[in-house]
Ligand binder design. Structure first.
Ligand SMILES: Nc1ncnc2c1ncn2[C@@H]1O[C@H](COP(=O)(O)OP(=O)(O)OP(=O)(O)O)[C@@H](O)[C@H]1O
Length: 967
């Protein structure tokens, strides 16, 4: 009935399911094929039933991620799958040329966003909205994505910057355990349920490098009531259990937490969860810059809150007297006062006595509170401290991980928000959570469905409109102006009038009557109203709604905390008069009140503004069963989640439409280089036709060129398709789905992939061309350098050789000249000596002849020889004839040598006097010394240097032969 009120079209699917079932079976060809489908848009026909079967088949084969058009469906494995999140796999997705071709994974989304940021296509900033119900795996997914970015977006430039990036990444990752310890709790649906929403902005540093330089965390709507109020099967925030279980003996003593102590705000302490790891939290806090004394201070305050919970009040018999403390609570008050460093009496008074200012003079009245009021004030004190502590922690984390505004230019936002909630008893918290989910659903719808269709219409493209579920009417009911549920709640707070739950119900029903998404729960005894959300109807009880919306903080409580001497509480509650007056006015004047709803609405709008300025990506987390069991797929539960996240409509629209659209200019800028393919393929193609839907007059010149460029690029698509087919890639035979609108180009994922592939090819060719040119240039340069070097070497060598030869030549000339001079001198000396000897001989001859009584025959013979010396020479050399002394005599006579003593001449004759005279030498007339020096000349080894002290005679060779002259 409620589904009909809402206008849900589920019936259409349900009806169409039956007749198609047989065909479907044929088409699917069994479950085995179904689990191989990576994309739910490929399930044919797209119905909840087939999608469900596909998801189930995949889940059973441990395939947890499936694409659903533009979104990714993540099924919670409920078991550790370490190989699915290993750093190696992260790097594989990061390094893949086309990660979308790998198996669907959150890393595909992570890598896609990272590449989008790098590509600088507007909008550059990216956001990933992780949604799903409690326990579906949102926090897990966000954590994995952060780890992914920490791995891939780390610096590789220098060692130092790498270290800095690693430190920042470590800090960002360390923020998770701290925030989870303080903001997560064990609930019925999830042992580690985030009790706050968070948007993490991962800051990247530059258009090209894109390293993670920091992060900023924004939190939403912490469930602070949990500090003071937990249902029986749930727990308080993890941190309370961590300090109770993990504190050392010393710390227990300091924090007054004796072993086994019972605290009423610490239900189910015996449960052991892996989240109860105190050491991990402390370590992470330390890394975030929260030193041990500050940590101890925090834990001391938290221990104080546990003691505050044990403060039980007894009913007062006399209304004029404040409530008494129960006996068991007296020790708690003392401990609390000492832990929070508060004056005990002031503490008790503040909790039990209300001060009211009234009258023109603002007179102060003191009124003892009832027991219930005392309890409320106590709870309020705990919530106030815990909420401030949580906000302070977030600000400390931010100051530790946030980068300098100049150090980052782009960001990837990760939104992890609580999923849609519907319990038997829903209150303001659920209203806010479901309101946020409505807003996000609208963003999703606006982004992918309505905007898509409207844009087609604006762009002049024909498109068969898909009916989609618009939740605007639901949002109008919750937050619309001038009258809506929120405005009514705020008005009640502002008027500050006493109104019962029933009155509020009546008011809502009467004022908002006729709204399509408002319903009544006639079966409920409690005053309530129903809101038909996109995910289903939810019944909200009106009791306590206004009070929760007011979230009143009695000013006395703040003043009390400002009196604390505890260093941490002094920071959390500074004595700021401005703040005081604000809080006081919020409690007691009629100025506009900052209610929970109005604060939440403002932060939600801010968040949506950020989301709208980014390219969104969606991860829909699905919980296969509510028991947290692996390998268990409960169809009904999954079905309701698929309905709740509007997945089927997404699949429809993604399959039918063009999820990618790029402005003409951007398209041309990016793909203009593809025209080279066309020019290469054929230079004489017909001129491109104009796009469908272009009915305007002749466009201006610039536009005309843009259009022609655009068409040129689009005409390369068949070439690209053919090229992909020849490469053996699975491409469809029909033309790639693409349309050209008035200002944008619309295309499918496959077309984008084709274009990107072509672009990569052209770029590769260009790179090769540049490389070739560069190598050629380098080669030529090296060749020129080599030739020049050879030339220089040759010239140098020839110059050196010439110089060398010149030197040798000069030396040889000098030697030659000296040698010649020496020869001449020697010759002249010899001739002088010979001349002198001859003259002496001739002058002495008559005397010697007369003085020496030679035999007559001998004298005659000598005279004959002198006259006939040639004949004598022949005789002396002949083998026959004169011998021995005679022969020498003949020779001497022939040569007219003086016939003095043998000391003047040495005449050597051949052995046995057979071969005549071999040499006649003038014997030296004293000592002859030859000074030899090695000459550089090859043939002038001996350079007799005339030395004044060495040559005192001569050794002229008069006749020398090696072979005897045979006469
Ligand atoms: N991919 C996964 N692999 C293994 N276990 C997972 C995975 N995703 C989730 N889980 C398990 O499911 C539990 C719930 O996941 P998680 O805390 O992320 O849910 P949630 O959607 O954030 O819930 P809540 O909205 O309550 O915070 C985790 O504690 C973990 O045990």
């Amino acid at each position: 009935l409620l589904a009909e009120v809402n206008g849900h079209s589920l019936g259409t699917d349900a009806q169409s399911r039956e007749p198609l079932r047989g065909d479907l079976q044929n088409f699917l060809g069994g479950e085995t094929l179904l689990h191989q489908l990576d994309d739910l848009t490929k399930v044919n026909p797209v119905t909840l039933e087939t999608v469900l079967r596909c998801l189930q088949a995949r889940y059973m084969t441990d395939t947890f991620y499936t694409n659903a058009g533009c979104a990714l469906v993540a099924l919670n494995p409920f078991k550790p799958v370490p190989q699915l999140y290993s750093p190696e796999l992260m790097r594989e997705y990061h390094a893949a040329p086309q990660p979308q071709k790998l198996k669907p994974h959150i890393f595909t989304v992570g890598e896609q966003t990272y590449r989008n940021v790098k590509s600088l296509i507007e909008p550059v900033n990216q956001s990933i909205v992780v949604s799903g119900e409690s326990g579906a795996g949102k926090t897990w997914t966000s954590r994995c994505l952060m780890k992914f970015y920490a791995v891939v977006a780390s610096s590789s430039t220098s060692w130092e910057s790498h270290q800095v990036a690693e430190r920042i990444e470590q800090r960002i990752l360390n923020s998770n355990p701290v925030m989870e310890a303080f903001g997560n709790a064990c609930t019925l649906r999830n042992n580690n349920s985030s009790r706050f929403g968070k948007f993490i902005q991962l800051q990247l540093n530059g258009p090209r490098a894109q390293q993670m330089t920091g992060a900023a965390v924004q939190t939403y709507l912490l469930e602070k009531t949990r500090v003071a109020c937990q249902t029986s099967s749930e727990r308080n925030f993890h941190i309370f259990y961590q300090i109770c279980k993990g504190a050392s003996a010393d710390e227990r003593l300091q924090w007054h937490l004796p072993e086994g102590a019972a605290f009423s705000w610490l239900p189910n302490p015996e449960w052991t969860l892996e989240e109860d790891c105190f050491e991990v939290t402390r370590e992470a806090m330390l890394h975030l810059g929260i030193d041990t004394p500050t940590q101890n201070n925090i834990f001391k305050v938290l221990a104080g809150l546990l003691h505050l919970g044990n403060m039980q009040f007894a009913d007062s018999e006399d209304e004029a007297q404040p409530c008494q403390l129960m006996d068991c609570a007296k020790w708690s008050v003392k401990t609390l006062a000492s832990l929070l460093q508060l004056p005990r009496d002031t503490l008790l008074e503040t909790l039990r006595i209300r001060t009211i200012k009234a009258g023109r003079q603002q007179q102060v009245f003191r009124k003892p509170c009832s027991r219930a009021e005392c309890d409320t004030r106590r709870d309020c004190l705990a919530k106030l401290v815990y909420a401030r502590l949580f906000d302070w922690l977030v600000s400390v984390i931010n100051s530790s991980i946030c980068a300098d505004p100049n150090a980052w230019t782009t960001f990837i936002g990760l939104l992890d928000v609580y999923g849609f909630e519907s319990f038997p008893n829903n209150s303001l918290e659920q209203l806010c959570i479901n309101y946020a989910n409505e807003k996000l659903q609208q963003h999703f719808v606006a982004h992918f469905l309505r905007a898509q269709q409207e844009e087609y219409a604006v762009e002049g493209l024909e498109w068969s409109f898909v009916n989609y579920q618009d939740n605007q009417s639901c949002l109008d009911l919750i937050e619309g102006s001038p009258i809506s549920i929120c405005s009514l709640l705020n008005e009640e707070c502002r008027l500050n009038r006493p109104s019962s739950a029933a009155q509020l119900q009546t008011r809502i029903e009467s004022v908002l009557a006729g709204r399509p998404c408002l319903g009544q729960n006639k079966l409920s005894r409690e005053p309530s109203f129903i809101v038909v959300h996109y995910a289903g109807p939810v019944c909200y009880h009106t009791a306590g709604l206004v009070e929760k919306n007011k979230d009143p903080v009695p000013p006395e409580l703040t003043r009390l905390l400002q009196q604390s001497q505890d260093p941490l509480l002094k920071v959390l509650f500074p004595t700021n008069p401005k703040e005081n007056s604000q809080e006081e006015s919020s409690g007691q004047s009629r100025a506009p009140v900052l209610t929970v709803v109005s604060k939440f609405k403002a932060s939600l709008e801010q968040l949506l503004q950020v989301l709208q300025s980014t390219t969104p990506h969606y991860i829909r987390c699905i919980k296969p069963n509510s028991h947290g069991q692996a390998q268990t797929f409960i169809r009904e539960e999954v079905l309701s989640q698929l309905e709740a996240c509007g997945l089927v409509e997404t699949i429809h629209i993604s399959a039918a439409g063009f999820p990618i659209r790029v402005s003409h200019q951007n398209f041309v800028d990016r793909y203009e280089l593809l025209r080279r393919l066309r020019l290469r393929a054929s230079s004489g193609l017909h001129s491109p036709s104009h796009a469908k839907g272009h009915s305007k007059g002749p466009p201006p010149a610039k536009e005309a060129t843009l259009q022609s460029l655009l068409q040129d690029i689009l005409h390369t698509l068949p070439i690209l398709t053919r090229a992909a087919a020849t490469l053996g890639e699975p491409v469809e035979a029909r033309p790639a789905p693409v349309r050209c609108g008035r200002t944008k180009v619309f295309m499918s994922d496959s077309t984008l992939e084709l274009l990107e592939c072509g672009r990569a090819q052209v770029l590769e060719q260009c790179a090769r061309c540049i490389q070739d040119g560069w190598r050629r240039y380098l080669h030529h340069k090296q060749e020129r350098q080599r030739r020049a070097a050879v030339l220089i070497q040759a010239a140098t060598r020839s110059w050196l050789t010439r110089k060398h030869i010149q030197r040798l030549h000069t030396a040889a000339t000098i030697i030659k000249r000296t040698w010649q001079k020496w020869r001449i001198r020697m010759a002249s000396l010899a001739s002088e000596e010979l001349d002198g000897a001859e003259e002496q001989h001739l002058s002495q001859d008559p005397r010697s002849l007369s003085s020496t009584p030679l035999p007559l025959v001998q004298n005659r013979l000598l005279g004959a020889i002198i006259r006939l010396w040639p004949l004598g020479l022949v005789l002396a050399n002949s083998a026959m004839g004169v011998r021995g002394f005679q022969r020498k005599l003949v020779v001497r006579a022939c040569l007219q040598l003086p016939s003095g003593g043998p000391s003047s001449y040495a005449v050597q004759t051949a052995q046995h006097d057979q071969a005549g005279i071999t040499s006649i030498r003038a014997l030296p007339q004293g000592t002859i010394k030859f000074h030899c020096r090695k000459s550089p000349l090859r043939h002038a080894d001996i350079c007799p240097q005339p030395s004044p002290c060495s040559v005192t005679g001569f050794n002229q060779i008069l006749l020398e032969r090696h072979r005897l002259i045979q006469v």
